[in-house]
Ligand binder design. Structure first.
Ligand SMILES: Cc1cc2nc3c(=O)[nH]c(=O)nc-3n(C[C@H](O)[C@H](O)[C@H](O)COP(=O)(O)OP(=O)(O)OC[C@H]3O[C@@H](n4cnc5c(N)ncnc54)[C@H](O)[C@@H]3O)c2cc1C
Length: 433
């Protein structure tokens, strides 16, 4: 049987505005190398780049095209910390490890910016991220959040905004206040992924696209790991699994730890410079504080990009243009009926505690996934830490691996219905509280 060619990039505004991309061959035949990385998203490419720079002969296998997954489709928002309150993290892992994890997350943002600068990646990196409060409960959360980050972690970049200050940033009647993270940010995620990939290739990584790994042997103390595709096989001293929760049938031990959640983005027709600027005068990306989050930003070509509406179990809305347009109109009522020119969905890998899941599948097989919607910065960290561990310094990987994780309940049959019910509960909470 002839394998089908890799899918093109997801048909998104990002794909339509992507920098020139190279095409990498399909794996054909058997190879040996020091490290085989599975998955060509931010995690895998960052790991491969670091490994090649450290002198490892590195092969990267991507099922579709580099940046085809969440890394080429996301909201492009650079969050600080994790998708969980630091106070809750401290309760989970203890105060000392919480401080170490905080330092790691901050380092993730620094690595991201340094890589973009060093490799001159044209990905429209800009500082600042706004969190929007819809109700008094959110204002109380923001106050506690700012106090905790300031007092416990000496983070000076958060600024609380009252209703008037918020409406000077975002022209929506929906918000009663907000929180500005001056050290958050935004970028064009696909162009960042493509730029990192060029850097990885220049550092010597051997890249293969259209090369889905169908079988994975994580090896043991006597056998090296092996990754098998339709047309070839890679035997390596080390394996790095960076498939973002898409492990079937690779590693069932990992599947139970991740709930794939689909979310949709839409991009309007061009609104004109003045109209777009009037919507978000600050030109900052915005993320609201509901459980089922909505996030949006202006694009450089004067459109509005709007995302949200998470669906547990990869259920994609039948008509994303319409549902996305309606959600957008709930924030900017005067945009009701605006033309939607792009819509696409992507899968966020959620863990139960919304913290990354990083660790080992075998003595020389490592994995990292489950950034739970905070992956733009945390993948820069994870890719770096995975490479450090391969190079003999596993201290930071071990810190991440100490985060306790539990599988999603319910087994194969009940897991999805249980999570759909949970999602209904969160929607109700957003509505009632
Ligand atoms: C719609 C959306 C919006 C988001 N918004 C934000 C945001 O604003 N800010 C933020 O911080 N995070 C956001 N995220 C999350 C963020 O995008 C991810 O955490 C991050 O991109 C994960 O990167 P990754 O490399 O681990 O996974 P991915 O980018 O998904 O890469 C995994 C790759 O592995 C490949 N693969 C899978 N199986 C195989 C196999 N068997 N063999 C070979 N290759 C395989 C896939 O094709 C894919 O390219 C969002 C995610 C989505 C989907």
């Amino acid at each position: 049987m002839t394998p089908s060619p890799p899918s093109p990039s997801a048909p998104s505004w990002y794909a339509a505005t992507a920098n020139r991309r190279e095409t990498w061959p399909r794996l054909a035949g058997d190879l040996t190398c020091d490290v085989c990385v599975i998955g060509g998203g931010f995690t895998g490419v960052m790991a491969a780049l670091n490994l090649a720079e450290r002198g490892f002969d590195t092969v990267l296998l991507e099922a579709e095209r580099v940046g085809w997954g969440a890394s080429g489709r996301n909201g492009g928002q650079i969050h600080s910390g994790f998708n969980r309150d630091m106070a809750e993290i401290a309760a989970l892992v203890g105060g000392a490890d919480a401080h170490r994890l905080w330092t790691l997350a901050e380092h993730g943002k620094a690595i991201l910016r340094e890589r973009i600068r060093r490799h001159a990646i044209a990905c429209d990196l800009r500082p600042g991220l706004l969190y929007a409060a819809l109700k008094p409960r959110h204002l109380a959360e923001i106050t506690a959040w700012q106090r905790d980050w300031h007092e416990s972690y000496h983070y000076p970049h958060l600024r609380q905004l009252d209703r008037d200050q918020m409406s000077a940033q975002v022209a929506s009647p929906a918000y009663c206040g907000g929180l500005l993270d001056e050290d958050g940010g935004q970028l064009h995620p696909l162009n960042y992924a493509l730029g990192l990939t060029t850097a990885a290739a220049q550092a010597g990584v051997r890249l293969f696209e259209g090369s889905r790994v169908t079988e994975l042997d994580p090896g043991d103390t006597t056998r090296s790991p092996v990754a098998t595709t339709a047309d070839g096989r890679v035997r390596a001293r080390w394996l790095v699994v960076a498939t973002n929760g898409q492990h079937q049938p690779l590693a069932s031990a990992l599947n139970r730890m991740i709930m794939p959640v689909s979310t949709t983005l839409v991009v309007t027709e061009p609104l004109g410079a003045a109209t777009a600027a009037a919507l978000i005068p600050s030109d900052l990306p915005v993320c609201d504080l509901t459980f089922t989050i909505q996030y949006f930003r202006r694009t450089p070509d004067h459109r509005l990009m709007f995302g949200g509406g998470v669906n547990y179990g990869q259920r994609v809305p039948a008509n994303p243009q319409v549902t996305g347009g309606l959600r957008l109109a709930s924030v900017f009522p005067h945009l009701r009926g605006v033309g939607i020119e792009y819509s696409w969905s992507g899968t966020v890998a959620m863990t139960r505690n919304r913290l990354p899941h990083v660790g080992r599948l075998g003595p020389t097989t490592l994995f990292a996934h489950g950034y739970s919607g905070h992956g733009v910065a945390l993948t820069a960290l994870a890719g770096t830490v995975l490479a450090e561990a391969v190079a003999g310094d596993p201290e930071r990987l071990n810190l991440l691996a100490r985060i306790p994780h539990r599988p999603f309940p319910g087994g194969a049959w009940w897991r999805r219905p249980a999570l759909v019910a949970a999602m209904g509960w969160y929607r109700l909470c957003d509505w009632l509280r």
